[in-house]
Design a protein around this ligand. Sequence first.
Ligand SMILES: Cc1cc2nc3c(=O)[nH]c(=O)nc-3n(C[C@H](O)[C@H](O)[C@H](O)COP(=O)(O)OP(=O)(O)OC[C@H]3O[C@@H](n4cnc5c(N)ncnc54)[C@H](O)[C@@H]3O)c2cc1C
Ligand code: SF4
Ligand code: SF4
Length: 398
Amino acid sequence: MDVRYPETVNDVIDAGLCIGCGLCEALAPKQWKMRYTAEGKLRPDRIGPGSDKAILEACPGAIARSNAEDTPRTDLIWGGHHRMQEAWAADPDIRHRASTGGVLTALGAALLESGKADFILHCEADPDVPMRTRWCLSEDVDALMMRAGSRYGPSDTLAGLSAAVSRDQPFAIIAKPCDAGAVRERAKSDPHLERNLVALLVMVCGGASDLQKSLNVLSEFNITEDDLTLFRYRGYGNPGATQIETSSSVHTKSYTDMWADESGWRIQSRCKVCPDALGEAADIAAADIWVDGMPTDEEEATNGIITRTARGELLLQEAIAGGQVCVGSNITAREFDRFQPHQVRKKHALASRLRGMISAGSPIYRHEGLRVAELDKPDVDQEEGTKKRVLEGRFNKG
Ligand SMILES: Cc1cc2nc3c(=O)[nH]c(=O)nc-3n(C[C@H](O)[C@H](O)[C@H](O)COP(=O)(O)OP(=O)(O)OC[C@H]3O[C@@H](n4cnc5c(N)ncnc54)[C@H](O)[C@@H]3O)c2cc1C
Ligand code: SF4
Ligand code: SF4
């Protein structure tokens, strides 16, 4: 069967391959504006005519590639790396506030403090609508730290890419693996980005929920989005509870209550066929290291870190020497499998899901260096299930 690839941004959206990264708006602001759909997904909305060519060269719904660097170690599941190790922010305040051990924030802080980066492009809770997420530029460690923590709903960090590049100053990005893939591809045709980008830091990512996941939580507490003064998904501990505040009430939901049932994650379709949730396009990826992928209790806040490029390895060494990051035991690839069983399952199911899309006549993204064929464990249920979802129009809406 012929494999088709998206030829326009609308092909990406219609195939359910858009993750709402925001690159469309950054590269073509007169053509595309990021907006929430009725189903609670951030998607580009066409506001003017123009070519999609430059966008499609980097869009994660059209292309996914690893960073293609040679590394001293590689693993079929976890890909190329220099090291895998326990790590955490040396600053106890960062470590406490952050999503896990604060290593992404601490690495960003190391870049700001050394003067290697003038600012960090990442994301934060929108102060006006705190359940929603917006891109931001942090110029100092305090701002970066205040914005630490995982945001599980839609996030369009790359809508801020042009604002970052136009400053013509060295900067780093903290974002999701799919965002890193898009930035890595974009840098190939944007010399200003290539010159100024000093580091691409990502979290290992199980998938981005749509906004309905968070709205469902609000309805459990009988409050509306207009009431909110704070919506923190986790952090202030490891993992820390989801904390929701209004002017007159405080509500919490434990991490396990929030995420124990995978079927309730409301993960977007691009995530279900994500070929690089482990951050192989990035310089460094950071993860949780709970056995079997779930915390049993509040645990000491420690990340697992994966350095993926020589530049990422050097940044980590400098952050250790500079006193911003502490490291613990090495982690083997098989230990990482135990920490991330959902990622291992997805790696093996990916080729079947892509076959399901193809046999339903859907375009898929191009991919390179991500071992999709080598990891293939043919699974008729996955293939048929995906095909059915595409044919019934459910995948494309996800
Ligand atoms: C959607 C999502 C899914 C995840 N799934 C997994 C998983 O399957 N396995 C796993 O081990 N870990 C997962 N995590 C990552 C984990 O929660 C931690 O983010 C990671 O361990 C880094 O922790 P940290 O303490 O170093 O991060 P912090 O120091 O708290 O820094 C987090 C940084 O990420 C940025 N950020 C937060 N949310 C988003 C977002 N949605 N998009 C772009 N940037 C964002 C923040 O602006 C901040 O700069 C996921 C995170 C997210 C957001
Ligand atoms: S994934 Fe990003 S670049 Fe691709 S269509 Fe969606 S918003 Fe645009
Ligand atoms: S699972 Fe993949 S596509 Fe989905 S948000 Fe994470 S990195 Fe992006």
